[in-house]
Design a protein around this ligand. Structure first.
Ligand SMILES: Cc1cc2nc3c(=O)[nH]c(=O)nc-3n(C[C@H](O)[C@H](O)[C@H](O)COP(=O)(O)OP(=O)(O)OC[C@H]3O[C@@H](n4cnc5c(N)ncnc54)[C@H](O)[C@@H]3O)c2cc1C
Ligand SMILES: Cc1cc2nc3c(=O)[nH]c(=O)nc-3n(C[C@H](O)[C@H](O)[C@H](O)COP(=O)(O)O)c2cc1C
Ligand SMILES: *[C@@H]1O[C@H](CO)[C@@H](O)[C@H](O)[C@H]1NC(C)=O
Ligand SMILES: *[C@@H]1O[C@H](CO)[C@@H](O)[C@H](O)[C@H]1NC(C)=O
Ligand SMILES: *[C@@H]1O[C@H](CO)[C@@H](O)[C@H](O)[C@H]1NC(C)=O
Ligand SMILES: *[C@@H]1O[C@H](CO)[C@@H](O)[C@H](O)[C@H]1NC(C)=O
Length: 668
């Protein structure tokens, strides 16, 4: 809670905590190109926490506790998972060790001055996600670089001798550098003399990262109890008065100024404002014979000041559907028409909206209603439950001992916060508590831009598959952002967006004529390659040809259902932007046919492009679930054959090609 107080002070500063994920990151370069100083429109980062020797922050606000009794939870996040874990951990630790005088704060690494502060801490937990090719999130670059360089310098082996620490690394085993950032920091802190209280936790987003985190948390609590580092554990039941809540003031309806939907003239110079892009077109890409839906959405960038390059990502701030908002308001007993003003909570958490907002818009834009409720959320709901049995059940689910129950009821069942609200009807937290201590913030969703600004700088397109999934809890989950996008009305609606740079770029300039490319993008993995092809066509039109060969491997279920952009791809082959197109239809025959099978069949051509004869570049894009791994394996086989060595030789080749920037992945 203390940190909320720290972050909330100067006007707008606390906004960073809420908007950083979405907007603060929007203009930074990821992965290799990640130099904050030279990125366009450096994001506002919010205030830096700097505690001086008498325990005061720079702005002169008192800290709730001196660093000596302060447990610091630092997180480095891009899509919110690490932040969610940090907040959940903070509330668990607060309940368990708060009575002994310890206070816990969860801070984004970008708001923490490690060089001045870290050595003074007694207890630090790091929750760090890995991106790119084993790189930190934009928000953690400074922290990471400082720690790693300090450790490598080797002359400060006792710098952090008073620090006890633990690291939970977030990652995905589909990537070569699995959890690299967390693991690297775990080692760096040890090299600087800090004492680990627990082994580095590894969270795999490909399987069940929540379960990994819960398992690590249990071990952490056991280790803390054994060491008595934070004193004896108490499991203080959370009573309603101790729960952090925003102050909420009802205001007149006329006072809403609309910023909730993004600024109409938002610009890259003000990353706090998403640009509310007008919708130009929404087209279904699947045929009527398909049982799924995939939409092509075109947005108008005119006057936005936003520029993008092929391969960049666009962040979309979605709204929960009207039905979901109504259901949540009903379960909570809120009046959706009421206009309210949120003010900082007593503990200082910055409010989700700067200005007045209708409850309907607040629930639609800021509350993750369909995601799984955190343990902290359940603990808060328990505190407000009027029915004792319901309160007891919620408390049990939220307790460390209830780990398996929580896993079964929330994680395995993929239960949503909304379902929990509908089941535990006796718990009706007030609006201020709901937004501060129950609902996670609704996160922006990222999409690989599927157009080329060179072809049309004022248009940006998204290729989005509409998520519809039966959950084990029995509900049909309608993906929040994909349904939001699919329901947009051209000419009427606007979408709050921001662009995030990526390093997923085709060879440009002279390299475009020299470097062959192999693109692998099944399903919506085609998105950035549509942009690549538009870019190549524009280069040909401008007389920059001939270009080096480009080969595309696409995959879908059936020719007559989801062969998206077929006409465009065939036209690209005829027009010369694409040299060859290979399409795998997974459900055409009894035997599954995927892109990796086509890669294997085209081994000679692929090796001609990627091997020493071509020194080309490989691009892989799409849904992670297995595809990237299978494609990797196919490429290793091809390399092994081409080099006349064994599988290990092929793997070594792929590692080297990846390290030298000749393999790029855009996987989600
Ligand atoms: C860098 C990047 C690029 C991307 N590019 C594209 C692209 O070009 N095209 C594209 O279509 N997508 C892309 N995505 C994916 C996209 O960002 C979204 O994740 C996708 O559209 C689904 O969002 P949604 O809000 O519709 O679904 P959500 O509502 O977020 O649901 C998505 C999934 O989350 C899980 N889930 C939801 N609720 C729960 C719950 N209560 N408990 C447990 N699990 C739950 C389910 O598995 C569900 O299927 C990209 C992602 C990234 C990170
Ligand atoms: C574009 C992209 C690149 C990623 N690169 C890696 C990687 O190199 N290594 C890894 O272990 N995980 C990687 N991941 C997985 C994330 O680290 C993982 O999903 C994590 O849970 C994200 O945490 P966050 O929500 O806090 O940002 C990547 C994810 C994306 C979307
Ligand atoms: C925001 O947009 C939604 C959906 O388009 C609309 O219903 C709502 O009234 C808007 N809110 C404001 C404050 O403009
Ligand atoms: C755009 O924003 C600027 C500065 O925030 C403001 O002065 C101006 O009136 C806005 N223009 C429109 C058309 O909203
Ligand atoms: C909306 O109103 C609030 C408070 O009145 C103000 O802080 C905010 O800047 C306004 N936003 C816009 C876009 O005018
Ligand atoms: C590819 O790179 C290798 C090693 O750098 C070099 O020997 C070879 O000539 C290059 N091939 C082409 C076609 O440029």
């Amino acid at each position: 809670m203390a940190v909320r107080e720290l972050l909330s002070s100067p006007a707008g500063a606390g906004l960073a905590t809420i908007l950083a994920l979405f907007l603060g990151l929007a203009f930074l370069v990821i992965a290799r190109g990640r130099k904050r100083s030279d990125s366009p429109g450096k994001a506002s980062t919010g205030p830096v926490i700097h505690v001086n020797t008498n325990g005061h922050v720079e702005q002169g606000q008192p800290l709730l506790s001196p660093p000596g009794q302060r447990g610091l939870i630092l997180y480095g996040t891009q899509t919110g998972t690490a932040e969610r874990f940090a907040k959940s951990l903070r509330s668990q630790l607060e309940r368990r060790y708060g009575e002994g005088g310890w206070k816990f704060v969860a801070v984004d690494t970008e708001n923490y001055l490690a060089p001045q502060q870290l050595a003074k801490e007694k207890f630090v937990l790091l929750l760090m996600a890995t991106y790119g090719d084993g790189e930190p999130t934009d928000s953690a670059v400074d922290f990471y670089d400082w720690a790693v360089e300090k450790a490598e310098s080797g002359d400060d082996a006792s710098l952090l001798q008073d620090v006890n620490y633990g690291v939970f690394a977030l990652g995905n085993r589909q990537y070569e550098h699995f959890c690299a950032v967390g693991q690297r920091l775990h080692g760096a802190l040890a090299d600087l003399g800090a004492r680990p209280v627990i082994e580095c936790g590894l969270g795999d987003d490909d399987v069940d990262i929540d379960a990994d985190f819960d398992g690590w948390t249990v071990s952490l609590l056991e280790a803390l109890d054994r060491s008595a580092l934070l004193g004896a554990a108490t499991d203080k039941e959370q009573d309603a008065s101790a729960i952090d809540a925003f102050e909420v003031v009802a205001v007149e309806t006329g006072s809403v100024n609309g910023s909730v939907n993004g600024s109409v003239n938002g610009s890259v110079a003000h990353p706090d404002d998403a640009f509310a892009a007008p919708v130009l077109a929404v087209k279904e890409l699947h045929s009527a014979a398909s049982d799924r839906s995939c939409v092509h959405v075109e947005l108008d960038l005119t006057g936005s000041g936003i520029s993008y390059e092929v391969g960049d990502h666009v962040a979309v701030r979605p709204r929960n559907s009207a039905a979901v908002v109504e259901a949540a308001a009903k379960a909570l007993g809120y009046d959706v028409e009421q206009v309210v003003l949120f003010r900082a909570s007593p503990a200082g958490e910055a409010p989700p909206f700067a200005g007045p907002v209708a409850v309907r818009d607040a629930l639609a834009t800021a509350a993750d209603l369909l995601g799984p409720p955190s343990k902290a959320a359940l603990a808060t709901l328990a505190a407000f439950a009027g029915d004792d049995a319901q309160a007891a059940r919620l408390r049990a689910l939220a307790s460390p001992e209830g780990k398996d129950e929580y896993h079964a009821y929330v994680i395995a069942a993929k239960r949503s916060l909304l379902e929990v609200l509908q089941e535990f009807t006796s718990s009706r937290p007030p609006l201020g508590a709901f937004f501060a201590s129950v609902a996670d913030r609704l996160q922006p969703r990222y999409y690989s831009i599927s157009s080329s600004a060179r072809a049309d700088a004022a248009r940006l397109s998204i290729t989005c598959v509409v998520v519809e999934e039966w959950m084990p809890s029995g509900r049909l989950h309608r993906g929040v952002a994909s349904h939001f996008l699919a329901a947009l009305r051209p000419g009427l609606d606007r979408v709050p967006i921001a662009v995030r740079r990526s390093t997923f770029k085709p060879p440009a300039g002279a390299a475009a004529a020299r470097v062959p490319i192999v693109m692998v993008g099944p399903g919506t993995g085609i998105a950035p390659f549509r942009g690549f092809l538009q870019e190549r066509q524009a280069a040909l039109d401008a007389g920059e040809g001939p270009l080096a060969p480009a080969t595309l491997f696409f995959g879908c279920r059936r020719e007559d259902t989801d062969f998206i952009y077929r006409d465009e791809l065939e036209a690209a082959v005829l027009g010369g932007a694409l040299s060859s197109l290979h399409v795998a239809f997974s459900r055409k025959a009894a035997a599954k046919d995927y892109v990796q099978h086509h890669l294997a069949r085209q081994a000679d051509a692929v090796w001609a492009a990627l091997g020493p004869a071509g020194n080309g570049t490989l691009y892989v894009c799409g849904d992670a679930a297995g595809m990237a791994r299978d494609v990797n394996a196919a490429i290793c086989e091809i390399a092994a054959r081409g080099l006349g060595t064994d599988r290990a030789g092929g793997e070594a080749w792929l590692r080297e090609a990846t390290a030298s920037g000749r393999v790029h992945r855009d996987i989600w």
